[in-house]
Design a protein around this ligand. Structure first.
Ligand code: MN
Length: 342
């Protein structure tokens, strides 16, 4: 998956290089003659809200919202690069040939595909094959180079039904960009379900956090990553619930609404501001020192993704299916691919 249009044009399009770094850790501080006091906000604040963008097609299978908009491939999202979400869509039955994206290369990052409804089949030139269905995740490390294809599964193609999934691109640190390609299949039943508030009896639980990657309390997601990454699928069934979600203070944080709606409460209890998010809206959170994200659930059956990680603070050179640190490395990736070295 990924941005197919970018992919199709990658030999022609202009190289994007971003060297911006995220120097924004700025808790409010004031100095007194006696000491320096750092006042941290109680709840992590929203830095920017990006509203639901327009959809486009990736191949003929994935009708996606590129939800990071103009912040895709920017340090502000690091280590995340890009995020495509395909909302529930009924493909009917008897589709004929499987729909999808044919063989294409990647280098320098990881693709993470989460299936919510329907099935996707993956196949690559390193001999990996995988089928993921509802609740499953595939975490593919392109590393030094892989060529893969992504299609609706034969079963889904034959029987049809509703299809919903997302694909996230996670950057690799400079020192791991040329690592050996790797494929991790993470099945629904292997993903820890953490209930919030932590330790609350069942009748007082307000949220289920499916930890795909990263950690919360003593729980750890199964995905192996090359730098600290959080990838949480958060289910918020109760409208009106106010939920405090612990999240590492020094990690970039992005909140995406898959369905339903939330208000993110920033700053201090009772006097901070509130940001309202609906389906496919995204909030980029400040790195303000706070380690709690507070949300109020607006609609029953709400589901959000909370994701991010430790910023890499390295230059990002992205073109088509390659994400490296410099122009030269992108050129080398193109040459290596053309020369059949992937
Ligand atoms: Mn791909």
């Amino acid at each position: 998956m990924g941005n197919y249009r970018r992919q199709a044009q990658f030999f022609f399009s202009t190289l994007v290089v971003s060297t911006t770094t995220a120097l924004e850790s700025c808790p409010i501080s004031h100095t007194t003659p006696a000491a320096t006091t750092i006042i941290m906000p109680q709840f992590r604040a929203v830095k920017r809200v990006m509203l639901k963008p327009h959809k486009h097609w990736v191949g003929d299978a994935f009708n996606v919202y590129p939800v990071f908009a103009d912040l895709a491939f920017k340090e502000a999202m690091s280590p995340l690069l890009m995020f495509d979400y395909a909302e529930p869509k009924d493909f009917g039955s008897k589709l004929g040939q499987p729909r999808g994206v044919g063989a294409h290369p990647h280098r320098g990052f990881e693709t993470v595909t989460i299936a919510f409804q329907g099935e996707v089949e993956h196949r690559d030139n390193k001999g990996n094959k995988g089928l993921i269905g509802p609740g499953d995740v595939q975490w593919m490390t392109a590393g030094r180079g892989i060529v893969h294809e992504e299609y609706h599964s034969p079963h889904f193609t034959k029987n049809g039904g509703t299809f919903e999934m997302c694909q996230l691109w996670v950057n690799l640190p400079k020192k791991h960009k040329m690592t050996k390609p790797r494929y991790q299949a993470i099945l629904d039943e292997q993903i820890p379900n953490v209930k919030l508030p932590l330790g609350a009896p069942e009748e007082e639980q307000l949220a289920t956090v499916r930890l795909i990657a990263g950690e919360m309390a003593d729980n750890r997601g199964k995905a192996k990553t090359f730098s600290p990454v959080q990838m949480w699928d958060v289910i918020l069934p109760k409208a009106g619930a106010e939920v405090e979600i612990p999240y590492p203070a020094d990690h970039n944080c992005i909140v995406f609404v898959r369905r339903g709606g939330v208000e993110i409460m920033s700053g201090e209890e009772g006097k901070g501001k509130t940001s309202k998010l609906g389906p496919q809206d995204v909030a980029l959170m400040h790195l303000d020192g706070s380690d709690i994200i507070k949300v109020r659930v607006d609609r029953p059956g709400t589901s959000i993704l909370i994701m991010g990680g430790e910023p890499l603070n390295e230059p990002i050179a992205a073109q088509g299916p390659f994400v490296m640190n410099s122009h030269d490395e992108i050129r080398k990736a193109m040459n290596d691919y053309r020369a059949g070295k992937f």
